[in-house]
Design a protein around this ligand. Structure first.
Ligand code: F3S
Length: 75
């Protein structure tokens, strides 16, 4: 379970976030490219935009469910 107290700083405000357990597998970027991206040096992902429609919400939930590090949370 991702820790809201350990969010990476780049996350935009909102329900979805990435925490510091991210291992940079990049699957969330593949699942939800409208919402997740890697940071500049590729060390971890962050949420650059919260989902704004049903498709993006579904993709973000898929990303959360599929993250092997359980580094994606939803508040
Ligand atoms: Fe990191 Fe999980 Fe995405 S390991 S790159 S938050 S799928």
């Amino acid at each position: 379970m991702a820790d809201p107290g350990a969010k990476v700083s780049e996350n935009v405000d909102g329900p979805y976030f990435v925490d510091d357990a991210c291992t940079a597998c990049e699957s969330c970027v593949d699942e939800a490219p409208n919402n997740f991206k890697m940071n500049d040096d590729g060390e971890y992902a962050y949420v650059f935009k919260q989902p704004e429609n049903d498709e993006e919400e579904a993709q973000c939930q898929e990303a959360l469910d599929g993250c092997p590090a359980e580094a994606i949370g939803k508040e």
